[in-house]
Ligand binder design. Structure first.
Ligand SMILES: C[S@@+](CC[C@H](N)C(=O)[O-])C[C@H]1O[C@@H](n2cnc3c(N)ncnc32)[C@H](O)[C@@H]1O
Length: 274
């Protein structure tokens, strides 16, 4: 099911819906599909470690192109998986298993009934929101006793530690651009366990997956797509020059080039049973 009405939105959410990463931007669909190819294996590893049951009710928040929601729906054939997003155009057009429904919602204002869900998952969403701790509390409230919250967000290693200054500068400039235009905070990922504990969740787990550039064709395609989308705004903002971007990108053509782009931090915790 898809809701046609405009969702209630927090004014800050407009920065995402209309900004650099808007679903209407050329290439954004391809970028999100590549993000799925890069990140879904790690996400599935985390989700598959939970004691999932076929009748679970799940919410996939900020579902993007829907890969994780589809996987959850296949794992929960007698349950329900609600894939939410500020902009559901990519979810509306995908082939969906029966338990999967689509709902256009802003997570900062959305409401699921308290205590109604076995699992809430969000990847690469809260890092873009102005008050992620509040969103964690809101999502924790949706969980049944014993229900699980899984949040995944990226964080970056210090640019000055990279042996490739131009490449590191390009990554850092993209980070800065997102911070300026979307309020993206890549330090948030380290704070997820604290936010989960403050929301009353227990049994905390934390793992991290490195995104390595130069060794995997899909990862490199993902980063090339990110850099291509960001280039006009990077030049306009003065954060990078054309020649420095070219020097940074040329590394991706060199067979020996290998560097860490980000770490995707995955945290899980659950609402106490009692
Ligand atoms: C970087 S993409 C990640 C997509 C997907 N979670 C993944 O990892 O493949 C962020 C997604 O969150 C959605 N989003 C951003 N702000 C949101 C909000 N306030 N409420 C719901 N979804 C939001 C975006 O529309 C986008 O689809």
């Amino acid at each position: 099911m898809s809701t046609a009405h405009r969702p209630r939105t927090d004014p800050a959410s407009g920065r995402y819906a209309e900004g650099l990463l808007s679903h209407g931007r050329a290439g954004e669909y391809e970028r999100l599909l590549l993000l799925e190819q890069v990140c879904d294996p790690g996400t599935i590893r985390v989700l598959a470690s939970l004691p999932m049951a076929p009748d679970w009710h799940c919410a996939e928040v900020g579902a993007g192109t829907g890969g994780v929601a589809r996987w959850l729906a296949e794992r929960c054939p007698r349950g329900q998986v609600t894939a939410t997003d500020l902009d559901t155009r990519f979810l509306d057009s995908m082939a969906r298993p029966a338990p999967m429904r689509v709902s256009r919602q802003d997570v900062t204002t959305a409401d699921f009934p308290p205590g109604s869900l076995d699992l809430v998952h969000a990847r690469a969403v809260l890092t873009h929101l102005p008050a992620p701790e509040q969103v964690v509390r809101r999502m924790a409230n949706w969980l049944k006793p014993g229900g699980w919250l899984v949040i995944e967000d990226p964080t970056y290693l210090p640019a000055e530690h990279s042996p490739y200054p131009d490449f590191a500068a390009l990554l850092a400039a993209c980070e800065e651009l997102l911070a300026r235009t979307h309020g993206t905070d890549n330090s948030w990922a380290r704070r997820i366990p604290v936010a989960m504990a403050a929301a009353g969740l227990t049994d905390l787990g934390m793992t991290a997956d490195l995104s390595v550039c130069g060794r995997d064709e899909t990862e490199d395609r993902y980063w090339r797509q990110c850099f291509a989308q960001a280039t006009p705004a990077l030049l306009e903002s003065g954060l990078m020059t054309e020649s420095r971007i070219q020097r940074a990108l040329s590394h991706l053509d060199q067979p020996e080039f290998t560097d860490v782009a980000w770490m995707m931090i995955s945290c899980s915790a659950r609402r106490p049973l009692g």
